[in-house]
Design a protein around this ligand. Structure first.
Ligand SMILES: Cc1cc2nc3c(=O)[nH]c(=O)nc-3n(C[C@H](O)[C@H](O)[C@H](O)COP(=O)(O)OP(=O)(O)OC[C@H]3O[C@@H](n4cnc5c(N)ncnc54)[C@H](O)[C@@H]3O)c2cc1C
Length: 378
């Protein structure tokens, strides 16, 4: 499949050691917590993928990153999802380096991420349905030299392997007013612990357990305070973060379904019409994400680009379900019962729907956006 050839080429060019390191590892071995995927990603320099070359990284752009994310999703869906969390956090930090809000620490952080191969978790969800990822119940209490952060984040991918955490928090100002903050916290800080949370074998290799923060000290300069734009519910940096997140996570799931599709196409089973329908569905999903990646590479990224990437993501969500169904049917019942991979990838093909913002929560906002309103994300 041409779209997957491009994905593998990008991965081999930017992270040449990764695919060879995992070539002989089976899907069940990769999809468990503690599997070899994240370690191989780290050893191949993956943490620096989106760090500009001037700061010691591979300096990948959005199109290259989408392709690598697709290749990783095909290699191991768990690795694809977990690294999407890392990469979008890094993309946000890179955007911050260039912004007027930069404190001067950010460039040291991204340089450290590339140099020391650090993994960055993104802790926004709190296990409360309908709460919205920007609606945090984790509190940050001001103290003399910064903040004390307390609460729980779940699910939080990379919970075992992370070196740094970016976490949304509710800041309480001296006058008692509440605002959203994003804390950058070293994972080894006193007061951080992990609890088992992820109880399905699907995507278990992403290590999406609970991270508990108990009175964790965060210095003032490591607490970002987004300036929300009127009407959107987001600041410029959050918009950039969301755009990258949707792009990368959509690409990771596309890769996972493409693996199933390539296997069905390679089997030669079914009619040419059935196989061509499968091929066009997956290539269309790839093209939708790549189109928005090109828009991101052209820059700058704002509310319209967020609308475009979310529209593409929801369209891909449907394409992937149809493609996975078709691929499994073409492969047939004997293939389904004699390997765990097909059932696993079928389940994975549904999980793009579980990433924020859910289609239901954005339906009215998308309709309003397409008749001219700013896209509001909750
Ligand atoms: C593999 C995986 C890894 C993850 N890793 C991370 C991570 O590292 N960090 C992180 O922060 N999060 C992570 N998440 C969690 C994710 O961010 C979501 O927050 C979480 O899955 C939300 O689940 P929920 O059932 O509460 O969904 P919700 O989206 O809250 O809602 C469930 C249902 O209610 C509907 N609904 C909700 N709100 C509305 C509304 N306003 N109007 C209409 N309908 C609505 C939705 O459409 C949906 O059908 C991960 C999720 C997955 C699947």
């Amino acid at each position: 499949m041409r779209g997957m050839d491009a994905a593998r080429e990008a991965c081999d060019m930017l992270l040449p050691q990764l695919a060879p390191a995992l070539a002989d590892v089976s899907l069940p071995e990769l999809e468990v917590p503690g599997g070899p995927g994240l370690d191989a990603f780290r050893k191949s320099g993956g943490p620096g993928l989106l760090v500009p070359a001037a700061y010691g990284g591979a300096g990948a752009g959005a199109l290259q990153a989408a392709r690598v994310s697709r290749a990783l999703g095909a290699m191991s869906p768990s690795l694809g999802v977990a690294t999407a969390m890392h990469n979008f956090s890094v993309a946000s930090l890179v955007a911050l380096v260039a912004s007027a809000d930069a404190t001067g620490l950010e460039w040291m952080l991204i340089e450290g991420i590339a140099r020391d191969r650090l993994l960055v978790a993104s802790a926004f969800a709190e296990g409360r349905t309908g709460a919205g990822v920007l609606d945090s119940a984790v509190t940050a209490r001001p103290v003399e030299d910064g903040y004390r952060v307390t609460g729980s984040k779940k699910p939080c991918s990379l919970s075992r392997s992370m070196n740094l955490i970016t976490a949304s928090v509710a800041l309480t100002g001296a006058d008692g007013t509440k605002e959203l903050g994003v804390a950058l916290v070293p994972a080894e800080s006193a007061g951080i612990s992990r609890r088992p949370f992820w109880s399905t074998p699907i995507l278990a290799g992403a290590e999406s357990d609970e991270v508990v923060l108990e009175d964790v000290h965060v210095p003032e300069e490591l607490m970002l305070r987004p300036q929300i734009e009127l009407g959107t519910g987001l600041d410029t940096l959050q918009t950039v973060g969301f755009v990258w997140f949707e792009l990368l996570v959509t690409s990771a799931y596309t890769g996972a379904v493409a693996r199933l599709a390539e296997s069905a196409l390679g089997s030669g089973k079914g009619s040419a019409t059935d196989r061509a329908a499968l091929l066009t569905g997956v290539e269309a999903a790839i093209a939708l994400a790549e189109n928005t990646a090109r828009v991101v590479d052209e820059g700058p990224v704002g509310n319209s680009e967020l609308g475009a990437v979310l529209t593409a993501r929801y369209a891909v969500q449907e394409l992937l379900v149809t493609a996975a169904d078709r691929a499994a049917e073409l492969l047939g019942g004997l293939a389904f019962v004699t390997t765990p991979d097909i059932g696993h990838l079928l389940a994975v093909s549904r999980a793009l729907a579980f990433h924020p913002p859910s289609r239901g929560s954005m339906a009215q906002a998308l309709l309003d956006h397409h008749v001219g309103a700013p896209l509001k994300v909750r």
